[in-house]
Design a protein around this ligand. Structure first.
Ligand code: COD
Ligand code: ZN
Ligand code: ZN
Length: 376
């Protein structure tokens, strides 16, 4: 490309601090260094962690920063030593990298690579510095992805090449929200055909869990939410029934035990609420139930559970990014989507230009949107 090796000037939504609106700015994006890839972002969802930074809930973030970790785009140029990815390729930037060498990457059962950015969100690349400047100031990168910009630079371990015909305005959700929920059912729980499942929390991630349970062949998929407005969409995604805990004057685990012959095979907590996590565990069958925690609880929170609940045979597990090994599995998930193994159509409720990003955050915070996809 004509821009290779040069600084690119482009538009980006810059976040200057918590609780401040993002502003659209002209930024400069430096060329990719060794083992880095510069990407033209085409579409990006607005996801929870972006909102957590904006609301000040994410500790340790430095400003100014370019948020966004649910994007898809096209490679503009690659730095030296990059193999397997070339200009023109369609790609998804990965907020969970896959270095292929660390203990997590080498274990077939785990996916959180040591080189990940979940704990440290200020750097970007293997050099721990970003390639963005704005008005002469360095701008930090987020989660190693930063997708709220026309161009971004990521590490080669943080990018997956995907099918050349993939619709980027849809498959961007595979970068976070969809894969997180879907994988918790398919991968982490390994939901079995004919089983009973309950999904606590029917936001975008919860709906993706429902889709995963359906694809896995569960015969009962019970959606649970304190907002009954979420039920219609959950039923469209594959829930077989929905219940609102507010409609009952007894604990929800008793209600669920009645509906499922002594308890669920699988329960999923997709809210981040300690009390709901405890209910999710007690709703499973005493001898063979499995609970998966997907929601992120406040960092100092503690659960209270009687060990006897596990002595009888229950299992409690957690799942990040759906347990997927990002570089290996994201291209496969894109292919599965294109082969119609699952649909994500019900998850995308709004499409906006980058300029309307603040409106997109408002839609997410107010619960009016499931996913807003920004088109760049
Ligand atoms: N009981 C039942 N339902 C409840 C309750 C309750 N006590 N409280 C809230 N709810 C419902 C709400 O009405 C809402 O419908 C739903 O729970 C939550 O949905 P959203 O839209 O707020 O959330 P999601 O689906 O977009 O994501 C929620 C997660 C909890 C999964 C979020 O923490 C997350 O994204 N976790 C993934 C962790 C991760 O990998 N993060 C990194 C990248 S984001
Ligand atoms: Zn996310
Ligand atoms: Zn690794």
């Amino acid at each position: 490309m004509a821009t290779a090796g040069k600084i690119i000037k482009c538009k980006a939504a810059v976040c200057w601090g918590a609780n401040k609106p993002l502003t659209i700015e002209e930024i400069e994006v430096a060329p990719p260094k060794d083992h880095e890839v510069r990407i033209k972002i085409v579409a990006t969802g607005i996801c929870r962690s972006d909102e957590h930074v904006l609301s000040g809930a994410f500790a340790g973030v430095k400003f100014p920063i370019i948020l966004g970790h649910e994007g898809a785009g096209i490679v503009e140029s690659v730095g030296s030593s990059v193999t397997g990815i070339k200009p023109g390729d369609k790609v998804i930037p990965l907020f969970v990298p896959q270095c292929g060498e660390c203990r997590s990457c080498l274990n077939p059962e785990s996916n959180l690579c040591y080189k990940g950015f979940l704990g440290k969100c200020d750097g970007t690349t293997n050099e721990n510095s970003s390639r963005f400047t704005c008005k002469g100031m360095a701008v930090h990168s987020f989660f190693g992805t930063s997708t709220f910009t026309e161009y971004t630079v990521v590490d080669d371990i943080s990018v997956a090449k995907i099918h050349e015909d993939a619709p980027l305005d849809k498959v961007c959700l595979i970068a976070c929200g969809f894969s997180t929920g879907y994988g918790s059912a398919i991968n982490t729980a390994k939901v079995k055909p004919g089983s009973s499942c309950a999904v606590f929390g029917l936001g975008g991630v919860g709906l993706s869990v429902v889709i995963g349970c359906k694809v896995a062949g569960a015969s009962k998929i019970i959606g649970i939410d304190i907002d009954s407005n979420k039920f219609a969409r959950a039923l469209e995604c594959g829930a077989t029934e929905c219940i609102n805990p507010k409609d009952y004057d007894r604990p929800i685990n008793e209600v669920l035990a009645e509906k499922t012959h002594d308890g669920l095979d699988y329960s999923f907590e997709v809210i981040g609420n300690i009390g709901v996590m405890e209910s999710a565990v007690s709703s499973t069958h005493f001898a063979c139930g499995t609970t998966i925690i997907v929601g992120v609880a406040p960092s100092n929170a503690k659960m209270t559970l009687n060990p006897m609940m596990f002595l009888t045979g229950r299992t409690l597990k957690g799942s990040s990014f759906g347990g997927w090994k990002s570089k290996d599995h994201v291209p496969k998930l894109v292919n599965d989507y294109m082969n119609k193994k699952f649909s994500m159509d019900k998850l995308i409720t709004h499409k906006l230009p980058l300029e309307k990003i603040n409106e997109g955050f408002k839609l997410l915070c107010s619960g009016q949107s499931v996913r807003t996809v920004l088109m760049l």
